[in-house]
Write a protein that binds this ligand. Structure first.
Ligand SMILES: O=C(O)C(=O)C[C@]1(C(=O)O)C=C[C@@H](O)C=C1
Length: 357
């Protein structure tokens, strides 16, 4: 079979796909109308998860080529377009544009949402709390560098809820206008990226290559896009933003660099998905056994704690600590409700959301 007839087959299938997608979007518009009438929330991560899981099983049963990640990538984009049809939503993220937080935001909210890059984690929380934007995206921890303390602190003090968590493997690309690497005399990036891509730089460049540090990897892409003989080590999205061709992907020495991001919103309650995680803030007393007694409530009910992190309560005079605790389960589960009832004056609920890690 020749290329032309194969392409004709693809075109015919694409026509069908487009018709079906338009048909789907018409149904989605009706969902939007219904939700407007009922004043219910547009973004339903647990419903999106159940669609992806169902289609993955269907694809396996049909012996189809698409696996879970491929189905997820395609459908997250479809959901993002759907949500924008139901109600265009603004998403604030820790900038600059082209940062990994931007990549995480686009990964979840697709190409059609309105994105607002902000300079600090605090301003992302400000914008969500005052409802200038519907959602915010912030980093919470990196498996190499640890917790992002500012995000934890903001969660403790702000009237916002966690809607979803999103692990993203952080991988660096080499992007340059030159496809011939011998033409590249300098590389722009951040210190952390140079450190994590040391082997690649040694293997592919001479010793006299100049490594120039800039404030962000997106700034690096911007510099390299406008200069002869330059390259950037940056994210996919930064390269795309400055139309800088990617020459090599995944150039970091260790492939297990993952950052967990949180999507936050004001007053958001997810429905149970069957595989949820709950985060709470616990203002436990300062007497011997207070923490142990508190944790005992979880042990007794067989609730699995996945994380416990102490943060200074930042009150005057005393060293007092609060705890941010993650555990398996949804706040509507009976046993979780039990603990919440016993410790209602101690616990602040931060969110129940689909467990991704
Ligand atoms: O089922 C819904 O609640 C919808 O709004 C539809 C839909 C979809 O496109 O399937 C869109 C957005 C939600 O996050 C979940 C699913």
């Amino acid at each position: 079979m020749d290329l032309l007839s194969l392409r004709n087959q693809i075109d015919a299938i694409d026509n069908q796909l487009l018709r079906l997608l338009n048909e789907r979007m018409n149904v989605v518009k009706n969902v939007g109308e219904l939700k407007k009438h009922e004043k219910s929330v547009i973004y339903r991560p647990e419903r999106e998860k159940s669609i992806i899981d169902r289609l993955t099983v269907l694809s396996q049963d049909d012996k189809g080529t698409l696996n879970h990640s491929a189905i997820e990538a395609i459908f997250l984009e479809i959901f993002a377009v759907s949500r924008n049809l139901e109600l265009p939503e603004k998403v604030a993220f820790l900038g600059p544009e082209g940062s990994y937080t931007h990549q995480a935001a686009e990964n979840r909210f697709g190409a059609m949402s309105e994105y607002i890059p902000l300079k600090t984690i605090k301003s992302v929380f400000d914008n969500v709390e005052t409802e200038r934007v519907r959602f915010g995206v912030v980093p919470i921890e990196n498996n190499q560098e640890g917790t992002v303390a500012e995000t934890i602190d903001q969660l403790c003090y702000r009237d916002v809820k966690i809607v979803a968590e999103l692990p993203l493997s952080i991988s660096f690309s080499l992007a340059s206008n030159h496809d011939d690497l011998t033409k590249i005399k300098k590389i722009y990036s951040k210190d952390i990226a140079f450190r994590q891509c040391r082997n690649f730089i040694e293997d592919y460049f001479d010793e006299d290559i100049r490594l120039i540090q800039v404030s962000s990897t997106s700034r690096a892409a911007e510099m390299a896009a406008n200069e002869e003989g330059a390259a950037a080590i940056c994210s996919h999205i930064a390269a795309k933003l400055f139309q800088l061709p990617i020459r090599y992907n995944n150039i970091e020495d260790s492939q297990d660099n993952t950052t967990r991001f949180l999507i936050i919103a004001k007053d958001f309650i997810n429905q149970t998905s069957g595989k949820d995680k709950t985060s709470i803030l616990a203002k436990i007393g300062n007497h011997p056994g207070d923490l142990a007694n508190f944790l005992e409530e979880f042990r007794q009910r067989d609730i699995n704690l996945t994380k416990i992190e102490s943060r200074p309560a930042k009150m005057k005079d005393i060293f007092n600590y609060w705890f941010v605790i993650d555990f398996d389960g949804h706040y509507k589960d009976d046993k979780v409700q039990d603990v919440m009832r016993v410790y209602k004056d101690t616990i602040t609920f931060l969110g129940s959301y689909v467990k991704m890690v």
